[in-house]
Ligand binder design. Structure first.
Ligand SMILES: Cc1cc2nc3c(=O)[nH]c(=O)nc-3n(C[C@H](O)[C@H](O)[C@H](O)COP(=O)(O)OP(=O)(O)OC[C@H]3O[C@@H](n4cnc5c(N)ncnc54)[C@H](O)[C@@H]3O)c2cc1C
Length: 433
C-alpha cells in the first residue's frame, strides 16, 4: 500500500459488535500513545448488543441500562467518536462522506461532511432482507436497530392494551425463523406470562403467535438437532410454526401466503434474510455479493483496495472448508475484530498481515426463560456436543457478559452486572411505559 503518515488515521465505521470491539482495543493500543488517530463513526449515539434486540423489542430488557454511550466510551478508551451516517467512500481521495444530520422536523443540524482516512474499516452490519416483497416496508416492523426495536415495543404495548380492554385476541406474525424470529417469538410469549401478574391473568392466552419460515425447518443455518428441539419448545409454549411457507405480500390485515391464503395479523415482524446497505454494492472498484456485502480476502482487506478492511455482517469471506462464506453472526464479527486489533498495528509498521482463521465455538439459541439449545464447536479440546437447559442459557448469557468484559474491563463490567441485578429487585421485569 502507499505511504502512510507517522500518525495514521484509522477510521472505523459502525460501532456494533465488531466496530466497537476494534475501536476500544485500538484506542488503548495506539490512540493513547498517539501512534495512530483512531476514529469511530456511528449513526447512533449509543451501542447496544444486537443479539439482545429481540428482548428490547419485547420490553423484557432495559435499554437504558445496557446501552453504551459512544462519546463516554471513546473518552475512556482513547479514540474519537464522530456521529454520522456514512453514504459514500471516495477511494482516490481516501475520504468517506457522512450525510447531513437533521432534526426530526427536517432542519439540518450538521451539513454533509467528509472524513479522511489512511486505513478504513467498514463494520456497518446488516439488516433483514425483504427481497422486494410487496407491502413489507409499509406494514411490517423490522428489529435491526434500537430505534426499530423501540418502535415495535411501543406499538406492541398499545396493541396489548387494546386486546385487554376490548377482550380480543392479538395476532402477531413473525416472518423468518432464524435466531431473530425464533428468539423474538419466545420472548413475546414470556413477556405476556410476566404481564399476567399485573392485572389480566389470561393475557398470554390472548396472544396468538405465528412463526413463518420458507425453508423446510426453523433455524436452517443451525444444526438439525437445535432446530428440532427449538421447534418442539416453541410449539409447547403455544407458538404456531409454519415451515415451507412463503409470504408473497404483506397487507394491512395480515400476510398473504404463497397458496393465496391471508394469515390475519395486527402486528407483523419481518425477520427474514440478511443484507448489507444497498450503496455498498455500487462503490466503484469494490466487489460485493448479491446481498451487498463487501467481498474480502483472508486478511480481511477488500479484494481490490488494501487500505479498506471490512468485518462483521457487512463483509463476506469464503473461509470454510465447504466453500461457503462465514455466517453473519456475532461470533464471526467479534473474532474478526479481535484479529484485526491484534495485527493492524504491526501491519502499519510493515509486517505482513496473517490470514484470519475462524474458530467455530458452536451455536446457541435462547428461547427466553423457557430453554436454550446449542452445540459446542469442534476444535482443540472440544469435539462438539449438544447443550440444553440452564447450562445452555448460562452459555448464551455469557456471550454478552464476555463482550461487556472486553469493552469495559472485568471490574467495571462486574459493577454493571451488580447494578443490573440490584435494579431487578426494585423494578418491574417488563417495560411499563
Ligand atoms: C434479534 C437478533 C438476535 C440475534 N441473535 C444472535 C445470536 O444469538 N448469536 C449470534 O451470533 N448472532 C445473533 N444475531 C446476529 C448478530 O447480532 C450480528 O451478526 C452482529 O451484530 C454483527 O455485528 P456487526 O458489528 O457486523 O454489526 P452490528 O452489530 O449490527 O453493528 C453495526 C453498527 O453500524 C452502525 N451503522 C449501520 N449503518 C451505518 C451507517 N450507514 N453509518 C454509520 N453507522 C452505521 C449501526 O448503528 C451499528 O452500531 C442476532 C441479530 C438480531 C437482530
Amino acid at each position: 500500500m502507499s505511504k502512510i503518515s507517522k500518525c495514521p488515521k484509522i477510521l472505523i465505521v459502525g460501532g456494533g459488535v465488531a466496530g466497537l470491539t476494534l475501536a476500544t482495543k485500538l484506542g488503548k493500543q495506539m490512540g493513547r500513545s498517539d501512534r495512530a488517530e483512531v476514529t469511530l463513526v456511528d449513526r447512533s449515539p449509543t451501542h447496544i448488543w444486537k443479539p439482545m434486540l429481540h428482548a428490547l423489542a419485547a420490553g423484557t430488557w432495559d435499554a437504558q441500562q445496557q446501552q453504551v454511550s459512544f462519546l463516554a466510551h471513546a473518552r475512556a478508551h482513547h479514540f474519537i467518536y464522530q456521529p454520522g451516517d456514512i453514504c459514500n467512500i471516495d477511494r482516490d481521495a481516501r475520504e468517506v462522506t457522512l450525510a447531513p444530520i437533521t432534526l426530526p422536523g427536517g432542519e439540518v443540524l450538521v451539513q454533509q461532511r467528509t472524513l479522511h482516512y489512511d486505513v478504513l474499516v467498514m463494520a456497518i452490519g446488516s439488516r433483514a432482507n425483504d427481497f422486494g416483497t410487496p407491502g413489507v416496508v409499509e406494514h411490517c416492523h423490522f428489529i435491526d436497530s434500537q430505534i426499530q426495536a423501540d418502535t415495535f415495543n411501543q406499538t406492541l404495548r398499545a396493541r396489548v392494551l387494546r386486546s385487554v380492554v376490548a377482550n380480543e385476541t392479538l395476532h402477531v406474525a413473525i416472518v423468518g425463523a432464524g435466531a431473530t424470529g425464533v428468539e423474538l417469538c419466545a420472548e413475546l410469549s414470556h413477556l405476556l406470562e410476566l404481564a399476567a401478574h399485573y392485572g389480566d391473568k389470561h393475557i398470554r392466552q390472548r396472544l396468538n403467535l405465528t412463526l413463518i419460515e420458507s425453508a423446510p425447518r426453523i433455524l436452517a443455518a443451525f444444526p438439525e438437532r437445535i432446530s428440532a428441539s427449538s421447534a418442539e419448545q416453541l410449539r409447547r409454549i403455544g407458538v404456531e410454526v409454519h415451515v415451507n411457507t412463503r409470504v408473497v405480500a404483506a397487507e394491512a390485515e395480515g400476510l398473504r401466503l404463497g397458496d393465496g391464503r391471508l394469515l390475519p395479523a395486527e402486528l407483523m415482524v419481518w425477520a427474514a434474510g440478511v443484507k448489507a446497505a444497498d450503496w455498498l454494492a455500487q462503490l466503484p472498484g469494490l466487489q460485493a455479493t448479491r446481498a451487498n456485502q463487501l467481498l474480502i480476502g483472508p486478511t480481511l482487506q477488500t479484494l481490490t483496495d488494501p487500505s479498506i478492511f471490512a468485518i462483521g455482517d457487512c463483509a463476506s469471506l469464503n473461509a470454510q472448508e465447504n466453500g461457503k462464506p462465514l455466517p453473519p453472526t456475532a461470533q464471526v464479527a467479534n473474532q474478526q475484530a479481535e484479529h484485526l486489533a491484534r495485527h493492524l498495528g504491526r501491519w502499519l509498521d510493515g509486517t505482513a498481515l496473517p490470514p484470519f482463521v475462524f474458530r467455530d465455538m458452536g451455536s446457541l439459541v435462547s428461547l427466553s426463560d423457557y430453554n436454550a439449545f446449542g452445540t459446542l464447536g469442534k476444535f482443540g479440546f472440544f469435539r462438539g456436543g449438544f447443550l440444553k437447559g440452564s447450562f445452555a442459557q448460562a452459555s448464551h448469557a455469557y456471550l454478552y457478559r464476555r463482550q461487556q468484559i472486553g469493552l469495559h474491563g472485568l471490574r467495571r463490567a462486574g459493577v454493571m452486572w451488580l447494578a443490573e441485578t440490584l435494579n431487578k429487585l426494585v423494578r418491574p421485569p417488563i417495560r411499563m411505559s
